[in-house]
Design a binder for this molecule. Structure first.
Ligand SMILES: *Cc1c(COP(=O)(O)O)cnc(C)c1O
Length: 395
C-alpha cells in the first residue's frame, strides 16, 4: 500500500507542531516557531490562553454533547451574545466555516422560496478568487477551477462576477438572482478589502431588488480587523453572515447569523446538525466572545494593527524588488509581493522559523494572534528582516 493513512490531500510541510505557547508553536524536535499564521486566523487568543482552556476544561467535565432535540441553555447564551453585538436577530451554530456558508446559502434560497417570496430567485452572484470552503456548494460558489477539478458536476445556482467590480455584478443580475455572497475582505484571495463603493453598491442593489446580501466573514470576522465583524468598517449591515475560524479560538465552531426577515424560510425541520451548537463548542465560543467583544480589546487590535502596518510599510521600502505594498485592516494584513509569495513564505518558515500564510495575488498573509504584543512584533521584524536579506527570489 502506498497511500498514506492520512488522506494525502494536503501538501504538508516538515513543521510538525506538538505544543503551543502563546504566540509560538513548538515542533516535535523542539524547534520554536513564531506563529503569525494563527492556524489561518483561528487562534486569536494564542495557543495557551488560560480563560479559553479553563472554559473548555470545565465544560468537558460537566457536559460535552447533547442532541439538538433538547433545549440548549449554552447555545441560547452564545446566540444572545452574538445577537447583542451584531446586526443579527438569530444564529445557527455549525462546526466549521464551510458549514456556516452552506447554512447561509440555504437561508438565502429559503428566503425566496418561503411564502411571499419569488421562487424564481435561486441564484447567488459570487466573486472571482473567493474562497468559501471545500464542500460541494462552497466550491461551486467559487470560480477557482483548481477546487472544481475532479468533482464535477458543480451545484447549480452561482454566477461569478469580478471582485470589487460593482458594474459587473449588476450586469449579471436577472429575475433569477437571489442575492450576493461576498467576503468583504477576501482572505485566500490575497487580503483584498472590497472598496466602500463596491460594498455600499451591493447593499443598495440588494435593497432595491429585495435580494439577500450574504457576507462570508469566516476569515475577516471576530475582532481580526479591529471591529467585531468587518462589515462595521463599511457602515452597512448584511442580511446573512457566515462566521467561523476565530470564533472558537481553536475549538471547531462556526455560525450563520441572520436578521429575522432573512431567516423567514429557516423554520422547524428545514436544517440541522448533530454536533452544531454542542455545549463544549458553546463554552469555547463564549470564552472567546467574553475576551474579544469589548471596546477595549477591539481598540487594542486596531492600535496594534496600525503599529504593525506602519512598521511593515517602512520595512518593505528596504526591499523594493521584493515587496510592493501592504493592505488589509487591523491584524489581517497582507504584503503584496513583486514575486510569487509562496517561495518566500517557505523560506521564512524553514530558514527563519517564522510562520505566515501564502495567499493568492502574490500576497503574504500576516495573521498574528490578536494577543501578540511588542515583544512578538520585534521578533517578527527580526525574522522578517533576516529572511528578506537572505532570500534570493531568482533561485
Ligand atoms: C476558511 C474559510 C472558509 C472555510 O472554513 P472551513 O472551516 O475550512 O470550512 C470559508 N470562507 C472563508 C472566507 C474562509 O477563509
Amino acid at each position: 500500500m502506498s497511500i498514506s493513512p492520512l488522506m494525502p490531500v494536503y501538501p504538508r510541510c516538515g513543521v510538525r507542531p506538538v505544543k503551543g505557547e502563546h504566540c509560538h508553536l513548538i515542533d516535535e524536535d523542539g524547534t520554536r516557531y513564531l506563529d503569525f499564521a494563527s492556524g489561518i486566523a483561528v487562534n486569536l487568543l494564542g495557543h495557551s490562553h488560560a480563560g479559553l482552556i479553563g472554559a473548555i476544561q470545565r465544560q468537558a467535565e460537566t457536559l460535552m454533547h447533547v442532541s439538538n432535540l433538547y433545549g440548549s441553555p449554552q447555545g441560547e447564551e452564545l446566540a444572545q451574545k452574538l445577537v447583542d453585538n451584531t446586526f443579527a436577530d438569530t444564529v445557527f451554530f455549525t462546526n466549521s466555516g464551510a458549514e456556516a456558508v452552506e447554512t447561509a446559502i440555504k437561508t438565502a434560497r429559503a428566503y425566496h422560496q418561503h411564502e411571499g417570496g419569488d421562487t424564481n430567485r435561486t441564484e447567488l452572484i459570487t466573486f472571482t478568487n473567493a474562497f468559501h470552503g471545500r464542500t460541494m456548494a462552497t466550491i461551486s460558489a467559487s470560480n477557482q477551477e483548481k477546487m472544481h477539478k475532479g468533482f464535477m458536476p458543480l451545484l447549480a445556482g452561482f454566477q461569478y462576477a469580478e471582485f470589487d467590480n460593482l458594474e459587473h455584478a449588476k450586469s449579471l443580475m436577472s429575475d433569477k438572482t437571489a442575492g450576493f455572497l461576498v467576503e468583504p475582505i477576501q482572505g485566500e484571495g490575497g487580503i483584498r478589502p472590497g472598496s466602500e463603493e463596491f460594498i455600499h453598491g451591493l447593499r443598495k442593489l440588494a435593497d432595491e431588488n429585495d435580494l439577500m446580501l450574504v457576507f462570508d466573514e469566516v476569515q475577516c470576522g471576530v475582532a481580526r480587523t479591529g471591529k467585531l465583524y468587518a462589515y462595521e468598517h463599511y457602515g452597512i449591515e448584511p442580511d446573512i453572515m457566515a462566521s467561523a475560524k476565530g470564533i472558537g479560538g481553536g475549538f471547531p465552531l462556526g455560525a450563520c447569523l441572520a436578521t429575522e426577515k432573512a431567516a423567514r424560510g429557516m423554520v422547524f425541520g428545514t436544517h440541522g446538525s448533530t454536533y452544531g451548537g454542542n455545549p463544549l463548542a458553546m463554552a469555547a465560543g463564549m470564552a472567546v466572545m467574553d475576551a474579544v467583544a469589548t471596546d477595549e480589546f477591539l481598540a487594542e487590535v486596531t492600535e496594534k494593527g496600525d503599529r504593525l502596518r506602519a512598521r511593515l510599510e517602512q520595512f518593505i521600502g528596504n526591499y523594493p524588488d521584493l515587496f510592493d505594498f501592504v493592505r488589509g485592516k487591523g491584524l489581517m494584513l497582507g504584503i503584496r509581493m513583486k514575486v510569487e509569495s509562496r517561495p518566500f513564505f517557505v523560506h521564512l518558515r524553514d530558514n527563519h522559523q517564522l510562520l505566515t500564510v501564502a495567499a493568492g495575488d502574490q500576497t503574504l498573509r500576516v495573521l498574528p494572534p490578536l494577543v501578540a504584543g511588542d515583544a512578538e512584533f520585534d521578533e517578527f521584524f527580526d525574522k522578517l528582516s533576516a529572511g528578506a536579506a537572505s532570500f534570493a527570489p531568482s533561485n
